[in-house]
Design a protein around this ligand. Structure first.
Ligand code: URA
Length: 189
């Protein structure tokens, strides 16, 4: 059941018209991980390696994400991973507000299909897409909010994007605080 809904959503994204992201990209980067996961992770958008492979978070940031997951006894078989936009922004630029808004209905459907108990928003683009523009990631991170997203009602937490952590490794200690919050939350949900 979930598989066919997921395939349908993937197809409808592939039919998107007049999208500069799609025009410049090689592949649609839809998701990785377990359809039945309790935890959904949302990044910003595919990078160069993800664009070639059609799989999210497989480059350097992805390897750090894998380590972060391992640190709380998780891996890709236990979580579900997607992005705010499904095509690589040229030169890895941040998706525009219009692009974020255009892909939000797809992301909402994606969240409804997976229906996770927990959503981890990685970085400010995912934060802005789901929560809005009023908060910056350094203030919003490390707080639980339960929120209705379409028919889903997940607990949401934001944290730093692994690409940011590679540039600012001194922030890894805050990321660890957030990861432990997720580890503890899973136990009681
Ligand atoms: N960064 C992201 O936000 N998503 C990816 O898939 C890869 C890098």
């Amino acid at each position: 059941m979930a598989i066919s809904k997921q395939e349908k959503l993937k197809k409808s994204i592939s039919f998107i018209k007049n999208c500069d992201l799609k025009k410049n990209a090689t592949n649609l980067v839809f998701s990785d991980g377990n359809l039945n996961a309790n935890i959904m992770i949302i990044g910003e958008g595919p990078g160069a390696q993800e664009d070639i492979a059609g799989t999210p978070f497989i480059g350097r940031a992805g390897r750090l994400l894998d380590k972060m997951l391992n640190s709380i006894q998780l891996d890709r078989k236990k979580v579900y991973i997607s992005n705010v936009v499904n095509y690589r922004p040229p030169e890895n630029r941040r998706p525009t507000e219009q692009e974020i808004a255009r892909y939000l209905p797809y992301l909402t459907s994606h969240i409804e299909i997976i229906n996770p108990k927990i959503i981890l928003l990685l970085g400010s683009t995912a934060l802005n897409s789901i929560i809005g523009n009023d908060e910056v990631i350094s203030d919003a991170r490390g707080k639980w909010n339960q929120m209705k997203i379409g028919s889903a009602n997940p607990w949401i937490i934001a944290s730093f994007h692994p690409a940011f952590l590679m540039r600012q490794p001194q922030q890894k200690k805050m990321s660890w605080v957030d990861l432990k919050m997720i580890r503890d939350k899973i136990k009681i949900l």
